[in-house]
Ligand binder design. Structure first.
Ligand SMILES: NC(=O)c1ccc[n+]([C@@H]2O[C@H](COP(=O)([O-])OP(=O)(O)OC[C@H]3O[C@@H](n4cnc5c(N)ncnc54)[C@H](O)[C@@H]3O)[C@@H](O)[C@H]2O)c1
Ligand SMILES: [Zn+2]
Ligand SMILES: [Zn+2]
Length: 378
């Protein structure tokens, strides 16, 4: 089969790989119909992780089941499925309490709980930017979709960014009527804004500097805040009569930058601490790494990021963090799509064949105007 392989910083290539097979009775093999490039892939693409060369990338996968092992009894060959980016055993303590993103059994990496396809530190699993994907514990992990091709570009957001955006809102302690500020207008931030609107926020702000992303946020009913036009904290305080917001969502991660493009890993955490009211909450789904080979300071190289913890404590704020447990939300979000109450596919800008992935990675990585979400169609 053809697969997108990481070959070092800023280098991906389509290479021939053996077709994946059923290796354990609980495996399935999925033929990909859509597989997305994610902002998380860009951390690897830019050489800002410890991912090994030769890894097949891709954790946002949708397709049709091609084969199942003898121990699979819910999922059938021919089922149309969404594959959560987390790989979960379904039976460990964390899986059973709904934290499939911290599965205790799927990731053999020392000190790491939680596994994913095609990702740094997340276990030995190849990704789905390919023609076929092996899915462990298929009955646990696969979400079935209605047969056919309808809503394909909406359903493909169920593997990661829609549940992750929803989770960011959940981690913030959101309640109906809250005012929410989302930092980051990439796919995850846009999905957080979409989620907050669906969930009954009184007002949603989305902070970014890319005009195309800010326009999409407005399309979901959020108020756009351009951080390159002035301090976003001041802009948000002015827009809320000085009160600030009840909830904040961090959808940027450790490569946050200022208006000139210079990186400051603490910038968005500081902004949120300042703009969320006392006793309010912050949901951090933007990724922070335990080590960052490309960081500009020695502290940040070992994942130490000084931020305004003193203000955070003094304001009695709370914070939730981490990879999203996709399974906790994907079934309900699928049904919102089918009912016409959610349209996450509105962020899609490009649909490319697998062998145009280089172009997709380059433009999405440069946040080029109009490249808001890239889908590969194997
Ligand atoms: N927790 C999870 O489960 C999970 C899942 C998927 C992605 N992620 C992470 O979420 C983050 C966002 O992913 P994405 O796909 O939307 O990526 P993206 O890179 O497309 O989006 C990030 C956006 O942040 C903006 N930004 C940069 N600095 C900013 C600042 N100071 N203030 C406001 N906005 C700023 C950029 O302009 C960009 O539009 C990444 O770190 C990604 O790894 C986490
Ligand atoms: Zn992703
Ligand atoms: Zn588990």
């Amino acid at each position: 089969m053809k697969a997108v392989v990481y070959r070092g910083p800023h280098t991906v290539a389509v290479e021939e790989r053996p077709d994946p097979t059923v290796q354990s009775p609980t495996d399935a093999v999925v033929r990909l119909t859509t597989t997305n490039i994610c902002g998380s892939d860009l951390h690897m693409y830019e050489g800002r992780t410890s991912v090994e060369e030769g890894k097949v990338l891709g954790h946002e996968n949708t397709g049709v089941v091609e084969a199942v092992g003898d121990g699979v009894d819910r999922i059938r060959v021919g089922d149309r499925v969404s594959v959560p980016f987390n790989i979960a055993c379904g039976t460990c303590r964390n899986c059973q309490t709904g934290w499939t993103s911290f599965c205790l059994r799927a990731n053999p990496t020392e000190g790491m709980d939680g596994a994913a396809y095609g990702y740094a530190n997340m276990g030995p699993y190849d990704g789905g930017q390919a023609e076929f994907l092996r899915v462990p514990w298929a009955d646990v992990n696969l979400l079935t979709l209605p047969p056919g091709t309808e809503h394909e570009n909406d359903f493909t957001m169920l593997s990661d960014v829609f549940p992750t955006g929803w989770h960011g809102v959940e981690l913030s302690g959101f309640q109906v009527g809250d005012r929410v500020a989302v930092f980051g207008g990439g796919p995850v931030g846009l999905m957080a804004a979409h989620s907050a609107v669906i969930r009954g926020a009184s007002e949603v702000f989305l902070v970014d500097k890319e005009p195309d992303r800010l326009r999409l946020a407005e399309g979901f009913g959020a108020t756009a805040v351009d951080f390159s036009a002035g301090d976003p904290v001041q802009q948000l305080l002015e827009a809320t009569g000085g009160r600030g917001v009840d909830r904040g969502v961090e959808a940027v991660g450790y490569q946050a930058h200022d208006g000139t493009g210079e990186e400051h890993p603490e910038l968005v955490l500081d902004n949120l601490t300042q703009v969320v009211r006392a006793t309010g909450g912050i949901g951090v789904v933007g990724v922070y790494m335990p080590s960052d080979p490309g960081a500009s300071s020695d502290l940040a190289k070992e994942g130490r990021i000084p931020w305004q913890y003193g203000t955070f404590f003094t304001k009695g704020q709370s914070m939730g963090t981490g990879q999203a447990p996709v399974k906790r939300y994907n079934r309900q979000l699928r049904d919102l799509i089918i009912a016409g109450k959610a349209n996450p596919g509105a962020i899609v800008s490009h649909e490319l064949p697998l062998d145009q992935e280089v172009e997709g990675y380059q433009h999405f990585d440069a946040r080029d105007e109009g490249w808001t979400k890239v889908l590969l169609k194997p």
